[in-house]
Design a binder for this molecule. Structure first.
Ligand code: ATP
Ligand code: MG
Length: 656
């Protein structure tokens, strides 16, 4: 951490956002909570007496086979929730719906990139997951073994996850867009016995050769005994004798019934690696009861799931958002989940909006990075399609710039859909700070208020509270049920990274401030804070000011050493597609930012670039830009980078 040991503590807030939007009345009528006072009461009770609160939530929302003895234990920074109890996540996501009218309801509606669709009801999901679980058993897997899932976004990915959960196999899903090296590293780190993959997947009109990648990875993964291959693209692949088996050949002989075995509350459910925005990914371990409870309850209150909803979260199951809000939280609530395999702009820029209209999607959960790229493309796409089915919108992954929020609100939500800006992390398992859509008034760019049981604090580096509305380090004061239990294989690193940075509280690594209404504003990552003349500025605020400029689609700012001011600001800017670069544009942008924020934020340098370096999950990797702006080269870890050609383009600009 760059500021460790220094006396500088808080972060200055410089952006003023005063717009406020009250909950839509129509939406509020059918919302699960009556008003903000009800929330406040429940919230207070969840903080005052977390054990009683979560115990009640567990009884109301989760089926246990055997009740717990102890609600919560905390030892050596390792949480235990509902100890003594047994349950099964797959049972909660499938079986419990089969005795209700949800039995024949669609659990998954899937669309492939080429355009074909599949619908899988809860009853059918039960059969498919049972078959797959029996297949895993016949390959010798048992509770506690680890399996890697490296697949395109097809129903089999979800089926495989639920099949693992059904028999206590710990899954580690590796995003299908990762290269063989990233897959190899994750398999090695988590000691997987089995790899489930596909011949390939469709992306931007071509097929991605996943089996070839898997083969490459498995050259150095001695723990892998078998590779199960789903046929998706139908292209020719190598099948290694004695190791590789076809999913469809094995599964036909398996029974469509498989008992969901009772597992202890703290049985590991999955290991998942973080996005790698700030460095090398960490393999976070999540367990059964607490994780299921957190994802189930947040889904219920924040996504307001009704039986008539068709919900679409655009994340891949390779990320925590996909785990919690494509699969577990949603199926546990008996929702209908829409999934789409391919690229957002294939074959045309309006693919997303076309699918929302065609499938009558009611709830859309996506990332600011996607929203910004749609803004860049212009409004024709969304305006061409009937988006009237939408009733609730959500965002996750990065701070959303107020301008992007407003666009989402007006162009997609037609000013009637509440927007929930949900702040959380791989480590937190489920959403931690978010508006409650029927009752919380929203402010563009603010994640607003904490979820039940979450006690945030904004602290200085020495652990004292940041004063008033000053920004500081966002921390969580007490453990919660859906938190990661450890970094797999490295509990010391877990303690050091999250619990010792500021002693005794959970350290998120994000900066934030709280306004007079008690709303939380995430200001960016603390590693990215820029120090200009003694003022510590979060990246989010400067970038948000910049993207208000009519020519700018996206902006990332970083600091670079400056002999006089400590640090100077370098802004990397991508322009909207329709904009032509002219002589005075940089000057104009610089003046614009200065006008919005003050002289303090005047960029030393503005660089136009075709694209910004992003992680595979779409987050801007400012550490690479910082390195480039400071040293002229990039040597840091780039394994999680989405598009390597971006680096070349940035370097070219550097040499101009
Ligand atoms: P790594 O920890 O490896 O650097 P990462 O932090 O990007 O990767 P994730 O767990 O996927 O990995 O992302 C969590 C982070 O995403 C948060 O710490 C925060 O910085 C950012 N984030 C997520 N949602 C929001 C939001 N609604 N507003 C602001 N920031 C958000
Ligand atoms: Mg992180």
């Amino acid at each position: 951490m760059s500021n460790k040991g220094s006396l500088e503590v808080s972060i200055d807030s410089v952006l003023h956002e005063n717009r406020k939007f009250h909950p839509n009345k129509e939406f509020a009528k059918n919302y699960i909570l009556k008003d903000l006072n009800v929330y406040k009461k429940l919230y207070q009770s969840s903080i005052k007496n977390p054990k009683a609160f979560w115990e009640k939530m567990a009884i109301q929302n989760i089926v246990f086979f055997k009740k717990w003895r102890t609600v919560f234990k905390w030892k050596d920074y390792k949480a235990e929730w509902f100890t003594g109890g047994t349950l099964n996540v797959s049972f909660n996501c499938i079986d419990r719906h089969l005795i209700t009218e949800r039995k024949n309801k669609a659990a998954l509606i899937w669309e492939g990139e080429p355009g074909e669709t599949r619908t899988i009801t809860y009853q059918q999901l039960y059969s498919e997951v049972s078959r797959c679980a029996n297949m895993l058993k016949s390959l010798g897997l048992k509770a506690g073994d680890k399996a890697a899932i490296y697949m395109p976004l097809i129903p089999e990915a979800v089926i495989a996850m639920l099949a693992c959960a059904r028999i206590g196999v710990v899954h580690t899903v590796v995003f299908g867009g990762f290269s063989s090296n990233s897959l190899r590293d994750r398999i090695q780190d988590s000691n997987c016995k089995l790899l489930i993959t596909a011949d390939g997947g469709f992306r931007k009109g071509t097929s991605v050769k996943m089996k070839d990648m898997a083969d490459e990875a498995c050259k150095e993964t001695p723990t892998i005994k078998n590779v199960v291959v789903v046929k998706r693209t139908g292209e020719k692949v190598n099948m290694k004798l004695g190791r590789d088996v076809w999913w469809h050949e094995l599964i036909v002989n398996e029974s469509n019934q498989c008992e969901a075995i009772p597992l202890p509350s703290e049985h590991p459910l999955f290991i998942l690696y973080t996005s790698g925005t700030t460095g090398k990914p960490k393999g976070l371990l999540h367990t059964t009861a607490g994780y299921l409870l957190g994802t189930t309850v947040t889904t219920k209150y924040l996504f307001d799931i009704k039986d008539t909803d068709i919900y679409w979260c655009t994340a891949d199951v390779g990320w925590i958002t996909g785990h919690s809000y494509v699969v577990y939280g949603l199926l546990s609530n008996g929702a209908t989940v829409f999934m789409y395999e391919g690229a957002p702009t294939y074959p045309e820029a309006d693919r997303f909006w076309k699918m929302i209209a065609a499938h009558r999607i009611t709830i859309l959960y996506t990332a600011p990075t996607a929203i910004r790229s749609f803004i860049r493309l212009g409004n024709e796409g969304p305006l061409k399609h009937d988006l009237s089915s939408l009733r609730l919108l959500g965002t996750v992954g990065e701070p959303i710039n107020p301008e992007a929020w407003i666009w989402y609100h007006e162009v997609i939500g037609k000013k009637k859909c509440p927007i929930i800006d949900t702040w959380w992390q791989t480590e937190t398992g489920a959403i931690m700070i978010s508006p409650f859509p029927g009752i919380t008034s929203t402010k563009p760019g603010s994640a607003t208020l904490p979820f039940f049981g979450v006690e945030p604090a904004i602290l200085n580096k020495d652990g004292t509270p940041a004063k008033g509305t000053k920004g500081g380090y966002l921390c969580i004061k007490k453990p919660w049920p859906h938190m990661a239990r450890t970094i797999y294989g490295d509990h010391e690193r877990f303690k050091k990274t999250y619990w010792k940075e500021i002693d005794g509280v959970y350290f998120t690594g994000d900066g934030a401030h709280q306004d007079r209404d008690g709303y939380y504003w995430i200001m960016g990552r603390v590693d990215d804070v820029i120090n200009v003349s003694g003022h510590r500025l979060g990246t989010m605020e400067i970038e948000s000011a910049a993207v208000q400029h009519p020519s700018i689609a996206e902006c990332a700012v970083v600091g670079r050493p400056d002999p006089i001011r400590g640090q100077g600001i370098v802004a990397f800017v991508t322009l909207k597609k329709s904009v032509a670069v002219n002589e005075g544009l940089k000057d104009d942008i610089s003046k614009f930012i200065t006008h919005e924020i003050g002289n303090l934020a005047r960029p030393d340098e503005i660089r136009f670039t075709e694209a910004l370096p992003k992680t595979r999950s779409g987050k801007i990797m400012r550490r690479l830009l910082r390195e480039l702006a400071t040293t002229g080269t990039i040597k840091g870890d780039t394994t999680t980078l989405e598009d390597f050609s971006v680096l070349e383009k940035l370097r070219e600009k550097d040499e101009e």
